[in-house]
Design a protein. Structure first.
Length: 571
């Protein structure tokens, strides 16, 4: 692919410094070093004004900042360090951005400019997000949220709520992110800031994509794209197109997703937005693997891997490493294994559970703040209105409770009738029409392993046997895809979870999850027997396990020994 080759060539030429190294970068760094190396106020003032002139020439400032000898030394340092943070964040040198942001923060606090303080806190939060330090990002965001509440500025509140949503998404808590991004959208509409509204729409798209609500994710990404097209911001258009591609992939609209990425990737490369470029390349690689084009996919995964290795982003690097393994395992098995080993090492260093716990605690604190805000607003109303409202709400709750009880009884009755009708329909149907039967062959992935069916009583009807065969095919497909979802199997069988579990247990004598677990471990045993060239990590992946330690525990639970011990016995 010419596009991938061109990106790879340009990236390799400049990847010694993944962040955009601008023409004035050396000048900016030299001036900042000179500012820190002198204690003479007159010299610092001269250097500071030269620094701001360099930022203006590099389009980091809209207008010239210039200070006179009357400026307080702390105010001068506050401005220099704050704008240094902005500069290094913009050039994607996040370590430098963090260093200068931490210097600017106490000066902003002492200066009493709460608007600038909130901007500095928010900038530190998003810098920590880029560095993968979610707990630190949450602390800075909490401080910024409190500062913005005191200001009462809807635009500032919308900004920090967007940052909070990003933190929760990064901690794999998209349901928590949803409440903050939607509240941020409300504040942003009050402020009338269309540019930030597009960013919030993009964040909403990412949250709903992570939640699996792809139609809603696509809708928000398209809304954001429409705003960016009106504003003429090509760089942001490319980001929205990447978010659209993620939602379109989730909807299995692969050709549309690929078209969106083909538009986005050249623009991201032109803007030198390497973080977003790496994400887009990972997504394009996945689409090409889905099209069974591993050589082309490898080029995109290689670009993404180099980017995320340089910027120190293990979360996205782990996806690139797995993509490289899958695209190279047949043609270059030894190189593929190196990527698989790096993938496993990265997985061991990502402490998702600890971050999630930290975010959950932070969520409770922030939730209390929001509730307190609503309570304070309510207390400003007259007591009589409050009492009337409470009375009305109490009556409504009572009515809802009665209605819920009635509906629950009716639902249970309907479910019993539906299950009976489903069973009767299966008995009458006999052999189903091939065009309508939801078998594993209709899915995107064809399993290469069919498990032995359990022995079934001779008294089973033809419909019951067909039920078992269809369930086995769906289980096989899920193992191949690396996911286990009993609810999805029930949906494919057009049954409720309760009805599916009841019928499954009655026919096979075990719960669905336990049955699937045994099939996975039986497959693992056969892979070890029949494919001695595979190592334990590869066997784990082929059985739907991302984590080798979890696979080892599951294997030992079923077979009584670890996979390594079993492999040794077979040799």
């Amino acid at each position: 692919m010419r596009l991938a080759n061109r990106i790879l060539f340009i990236l390799l030429a400049s990847l010694l410094h993944v962040a955009a190294v601008r023409a004035d970068d050396a000048t900016v760094r030299r001036l900042l070093d000179a500012y820190d190396q002198t204690d003479v106020q007159a010299e610092r003032l001269t250097v500071a004004n030269q620094f701001f002139s360099a930022l203006l020439a590099d389009d980091f400032l809209d207008q010239q900042l210039s200070f006179t000898p009357s400026v307080h030394p702390d105010t001068l340092s506050q401005q220099v360090y704050y704008w240094a943070t902005e500069y290094f964040y913009g050039t994607q040198d996040y370590d430098k951005a963090l260093t200068y942001g931490q210097r600017a923060l106490p000066l902003c606090e002492a200066g009493g400019n709460r608007a600038l303080l909130g901007e500095c806190q928010n900038l530190l939060a998003i810098t920590c997000i880029r560095l993968g330090d979610s707990p630190a990002a949450a602390r800075y965001a909490k401080q910024c949220y409190q500062t913005s509440q005191q200001l009462g500025d809807p635009d500032a509140l919308s900004s920090v709520l967007n940052t909070l949503a990003a933190i929760y998404i990064g901690a794999n808590l998209p349901h928590e992110a949803e409440q903050y991004v939607l509240r941020g959208i409300d504040y942003c509409r009050q402020a009338g800031n269309q540019g930030r509204l597009s960013i919030l729409y993009g964040m909403a798209s990412e949250a709903y994509h992570a939640m699996g609500r792809q139609e809603l994710a696509l809708d928000y990404a398209q809304k954001g794209l429409a705003i960016e097209q009106q504003l003429g911001r090509k760089d942001k258009e490319a980001i929205r197109l990447t978010q659209m591609a993620e939602a379109l992939t989730g909807l299995a609209r692969f050709s549309e997703a690929r078209e969106a990425l083909e538009k986005a990737i050249p623009q991201l490369q032109k803007d030198q937005n390497y973080q977003s470029l790496g994400i887009a390349c990972n997504k394009m690689g996945e689409l090409l693997l889905n099209d069974r084009k591993p050589q082309q996919a490898r080029q995109y995964f290689d670009v993404a891997c180099q980017i995320f290795t340089q910027v120190g982003d293990p979360y996205n690097e782990v996806h690139a490493r797995l993509g490289l393994y899958n695209s190279m395992k047949d043609s270059l098995p030894q190189e593929a294994m190196a990527h698989l080993e790096r993938y496993n090492a990265l997985r061991d260093t990502i402490y998702a559970r600890e971050v999630a716990d930290s975010m959950a605690m932070m969520g409770a604190q922030l939730g209390n703040d929001l509730l307190r805000q609503e309570k304070d607003a309510a207390h400003s109303r007259a007591r009589t209105i409050l009492y009337v409202s409470i009375g009305i709400v109490s009556l409504l709750l009572l009515a809802l409770a009665v209605l819920f009880f009635v509906l629950r009884q009716r639902t249970r009755r309907f479910e019993r009738q539906f299950n009976e009708l489903s069973a009767n329909a299966d008995l009458l149907a006999g052999q189903p029409d091939d065009a309508d039967a939801p078998t594993a062959a209709s899915g995107p992935v064809q399993p290469d392993y069919i498990p032995d069916e359990p022995p079934l009583p001779e008294s089973l009807t033809q419909a019951d046997r067909q039920f078992v065969e269809r369930v086995n095919a769906l289980v096989c497909q899920q193992i191949e895809e690396g996911r286990i979802d009993v609810a999805a199997i029930a949906t494919e069988m057009a049954m409720s979870m309760t009805a599916f579990r009841r019928r499954f247990t009655a026919l096979l004598g075990d719960r669905p999850q336990a049955y699937i677990g045994r099939l996975r471990m039986e497959r693992a045993r056969r892979l070890i027997d029949e494919h001695p060239e595979l190592n334990i990590s590869e066997v784990a992946l082929k059985c739907g396990f991302d984590d080798k330690s979890n696979f080892t525990r599951a294997f030992k639970h079923v077979h009584g020994i670890t996979p390594s011990e079993y492999l040794h016995q077979q040799q």
